[in-house]
Structure formats: structure tokens, C-alpha cells
Design a protein around this ligand. Structure first.
Ligand code: GAL
Length: 349
């Protein structure tokens, strides 16, 4: 296991771009800019290197990562808050609107464009920790929040992401990673032929094209949202179901049957590469997003990404949960440290 670092000076500060490599020669590249996963390079069954995440280069480009959120750590509150406000302890908080009337991924100054501190690492380590002090009032949220995000790559090809937070006031804590995977390779076009199993009996429908949830939890059986038995991502994606029309494809939160770090909630396989991704989490939900809004995005190695060239499994509390009684709220109580975890495990079959 090794960790190496490349440093780039920028007017905003020093960008540190780390590469963690394990004994299977898997290399995960992560930048302190946005605590962002920029590359995830694994060997396929023929021994060829395949980079399975979409991204940008050069690394400074991530200062503009406010549209796709490629690979980023998103917070303090991932996904949408209706009307860009919420009430906590009887006090109303107004946060910036950046998607119509709503707040998406905490607004225009999200954690994905911050330079995070590098807590410590040594070349022999297999993990890397970034920290960020998000002050009281940052993005409109209450409480001085101390965050750490640790990325650990194991020799079993597992990337484990641990989010830790502690605040001096009650606040929201709902961090996610926004990697777009393409298991055939980031430059290999659509993910619609990937095979996916998602262990969820219900999802949270949206009320219109602004992707706001109402509190309803709907059964997936007999709908395009049923991935309990593996099927290709594209099989039903163009169906006329209203929910798919609203979002232009999948861009919804599924309620996980059994959040666990031992049993995957999703298993996805690249049809061309045979590379398989298993996803695990301690969190109650996952936003499965099929890159419906990608449209001529200029990515790594000169590649132009188009619609559905990647998929995201954004583990999280349910969208808009703080505003909906039926959903568990992502409230972090003052002076109580919390840790949430997500793991992506890759196998070349
Ligand atoms: C997803 C969101 C999508 C889109 C995307 C970023 O988390 O659900 O609607 O906004 O982020 O482009």
C-alpha cells in the first residue's frame, strides 16, 4: 500500500492530489479540493487498467464543480430542501436557492469547492483524512461544525468513506459522495446496459420535475423502480411512468431494506468490462441518479460526457427529510459526535 501526493499551487491555496495504491494495483486518486475522488483505476479481467469514475482535469477544474458534482464530498446537507428553508428547534433557517425555489446540495458555496485540510497521512498508510471547519452560519446552517472525511482503500479493493461530524449547536449533517461510475470505463459511453440489483422495496416519489419529495413511500413492485431482481439500468428507463418523465430518467431516493456495511445494498456490473461494484452504507437511503443532465460535459483525457454516461449511488438521509415528519431527520445534536459510512467494493469478474 502506498500513498503519493502531487501539489499544485493556486491563488486559492495548495491543491493536494493523492494517489492511494493497494497490492492489486488499484489506484484511487483523491484531491483535498472538495475531498473529491477524481480517479478510481482498477484492473479488468484481462489485466487492463480501467478508470471507473467520471471526472475533470486538470485538478483546478474542480473549483467549478457546482453543476455535475463529479466525485465530490457534498454537504452540509446533500440533495434538496424544498423552498430553500427548514425549521430546527422552532427556528426557521433560510438557505440559498440554487435550483428554482429549492436548495440543492447546500447551495453555490458547497463543500465540493472548498480546499480541505489534510489531517495527516503517511506513505505507508492505506487511508487519508481530510478535515473542514464549517463555521456557524456557513451556507446558512447553525453551529460550528467540525468535519472529517476518511478514505480508506483496502487490499480487498474496498473504498471505505467515513464521515465524522461534531457541532456546538444542533444542526444538519447529511454528507454524501457524488461519484459517477461507469464500470466499462469513464470514456465508454452509456451505462444503460449495466446490470443492477438494488435491495429496496420502496422509494420516495417526487411531486414534479423539481424532484421534491412529499413524504410518500411507494412500493417498487410492478414499476420501473423495481431492481430487486437484477436488470439492466436501461430496461425501463424510457418508460412513460410519470416519475421517470419528471426526472428524465432515474434521479430518485430508494429506501434501503437493510443498511449495512457487511451486506451490499446494490450490486452493479459493467456489461463490457465485467467489473462489478458493490455498495454498502450505514445510511437509510440512496439517490440513484443516471446522469440524465450530462450534456457535452468536458471531462478527463479530452472525453466529452453525454447523457447517462455515468450513474451515482449517493447514500444519504431522504431528500427534504428535515421538512417531512415521516422521514428520519439528519439532525446532529450539539456536542454529540456522529459517524456515517459508505463502502464501494470493486471486483473484476
Ligand atoms: C444529483 C441530483 C440531480 C443532479 C445532480 C447534479 O444528486 O439528484 O438532479 O442535480 O445531482 O448534476
Amino acid at each position: 500500500m502506498t500513498i503519493t501526493v502531487e501539489e499544485t499551487f493556486n491563488k486559492e491555496g495548495m491543491i493536494k492530489h493523492f494517489t492511494i495504491e493497494n497490492k492489486l494495483q488499484t489506484r484511487v486518486k483523491i484531491a483535498n479540493l472538495g475531498a473529491t475522488i477524481t480517479h478510481f483505476i482498477v484492473r479488468d479481467k484481462e489485466g487492463k487498467d480501467v478508470d471507473i469514475v467520471l471526472g475533470y482535469n486538470p485538478v483546478e477544474t474542480y473549483f467549478d464543480n457546482t453543476d455535475t458534482y463529479f466525485g465530490a464530498t457534498v454537504g452540509r446537507s446533500a440533495n434538496r430542501l424544498a423552498n430553500a428553508n427548514f425549521t430546527l428547534n422552532d427556528q426557521e433557517y433560510k438557505i440559498p436557492k440554487n435550483e428554482g425555489e429549492n436548495n440543492l446540495h447546500s447551495g453555490p458555496t458547497g463543500y465540493q469547492i472548498r480546499l480541505w485540510n489534510v489531517a495527516s497521512y503517511s506513505p505507508e498508510d492505506q487511508s487519508l483524512t481530510f478535515t473542514l471547519n464549517s463555521l456557524d452560519g456557513d451556507q446558512g446552517y447553525p453551529g460550528n461544525l467540525a468535519i472529517s472525511v476518511t478514505f480508506e482503500l483496502t487490499d480487498a479493493n474496498e473504498l471505505i468513506i467515513s464521515y465524522k461530524g461534531i457541532s456546538d449547536q444542533d444542526t444538519l449533517f447529511n454528507l454524501t459522495n457524488h461519484s459517477y461510475f461507469n464500470l466499462n470505463g469513464h470514456d465508454q459511453g452509456t451505462i444503460e446496459n449495466h446490470l443492477m440489483e438494488l435491495k429496496a422495496d420502496t422509494f420516495t416519489p417526487i411531486i414534479d420535475s423539481h424532484s421534491i419529495t412529499s413524504g410518500e413511500m411507494r412500493e417498487v413492485t410492478d414499476t420501473a423502480f423495481d431492481f430487486k431482481q437484477a436488470k439492466t439500468i436501461g430496461k425501463d428507463i424510457e418508460s412513460s411512468e410519470e416519475q421517470l418523465v419528471f426526472a428524465g430518467g432515474y434521479d430518485h431516493n430508494w429506501i434501503l431494506t437493510e443498511p449495512s456495511m457487511d451486506t451490499p445494498f446494490a450490486v452493479v456490473k459493467g456489461d463490457l468490462s465485467g467489473i462489478q461494484l458493490e455498495a454498502f452504507t450505514t445510511l437509510p437511503g440512496v439517490q440513484f441518479y443516471t446522469g440524465n443532465f450530462l450534456d457535452h460535459n468536458k471531462g478527463k483525457d479530452g472525453k466529452i460526457y453525454g447523457k447517462r454516461n455515468g450513474f451515482c449511488l449517493e447514500t444519504q438521509y431522504f431528500p427534504n427529510a428535515i421538512n417531512i415528519d415521516a422521514f428520519e431527520s439528519p439532525i446532529l445534536r450539539a456536542n454529540q459526535e456522529v459517524t456515517t459510512q459508505t463502502k464501494y467494493k470493486v471486483t473484476a469478474l
